[in-house]
Design a protein around this ligand. Structure first.
Ligand code: ZN
Ligand code: FE
Length: 263
């Protein structure tokens, strides 16, 4: 809600490649749209035609090919603005609007706030439209991205920033990794009932190929081991296996990330 006025926004999830999600964000008042993280061009253009919307912009969360691979194909067919972090100049194909933390992006009458959340890559950003968060490969449902270009400190700081968003924030992430993430999370917190309950819900959905995204920030705080550096169970579990581990949140986060890399 924004001053009591509900934004007319429509989000269409487009599954691409093996397990990527792109999102068509439509301003229903003006019929203008932006595409978040187009891995491929053709399926996006088909969706744009089906919805009869005017595609105006590409919003990239980071430079990886599975999030920008559709840029050239889209730009070959349409004249579009391309948004991404300024650190990704030269890495995001066709970038026209280099961004920094706190910038605003407009799609029709919709506004998104840009959050700089490095760690997975050094130019990773999220786009926040009201309570809808497009966070690419930083925060997944029950998981987080690999530390390809950043440190555990940076990623911890970025995730801390995201978890401060309101509980009803919808988490639209870049991949369908939920089931495997939950399986890993349960190895660290077998007594977390919210976690086992979520896996029970997710399994039948995934066996039918149904999306588990979006999640909410409230659910992530209850179940995502990469936001649960204060969990007594996780801490006790790590301490018993790694007696020398530090008790600060970054050390806990870094160890959880390391264990997930081996899972
Ligand atoms: Zn990535
Ligand atoms: Fe990715």
């Amino acid at each position: 809600m924004n001053g009591g006025v509900t934004e007319a926004v429509k989000i269409i999830q487009i599954p691409l490649l093996r397990d990527n999600y792109a999102y068509l964000v439509v301003c229903e008042k003006t019929n203008e749209a932006a595409i978040v993280d187009p891995s491929e061009a053709e399926p996006v253009l088909r969706q744009v035609e089906k919805e009869k919307v005017a595609l105006k912009a590409i919003l990239n969360t980071h430079h990886h090919h599975d999030h920008t691979g559709g840029n050239p194909g889209l730009l070959g067919r349409r004249s579009l603005e391309v948004y991404g972090h300024m650190a990704d100049k030269g890495r995001i194909p066709g970038l026209t609007h280099p961004l920094r933390d706190g910038d605003e992006v407009r799609v029709g009458q919709l506004r998104a706030r840009v959050l700089f959340i490095p760690g997975h890559t050094k130019g990773h950003i999220a786009y926040l439209f009201e309570n809808k968060l497009f966070c690419g490969d930083t925060l997944f449902v029950a998981g987080c991205g690999h530390l390809f270009e950043g440190t555990a400190e940076q990623m911890h700081e970025s995730l801390s920033k995201l978890q401060q968003l309101p509980a009803d924030t919808l988490v639209y992430c870049g991949h369908e990794y939920t089931e495997k993430n939950l399986q890993f999370a349960l190895t660290l917190e077998p007594n977390n009932k919210k976690l086992s309950g979520k896996l029970e819900k997710v399994r039948p959905l995934r066996s039918r190929g149904i999306s588990t995204v979006p999640s909410t920030m409230a659910e992530e705080k209850e179940t995502n081991p990469f936001l649960r550096w204060e969990s007594k169970e996780i801490r006790a579990n790590l301490k018993s296996r790694f007696p020398d581990i530090g008790s600060d949140p970054v050390s806990v986060f870094a160890k959880v990330r390391e264990l997930k890399d081996q899972f």
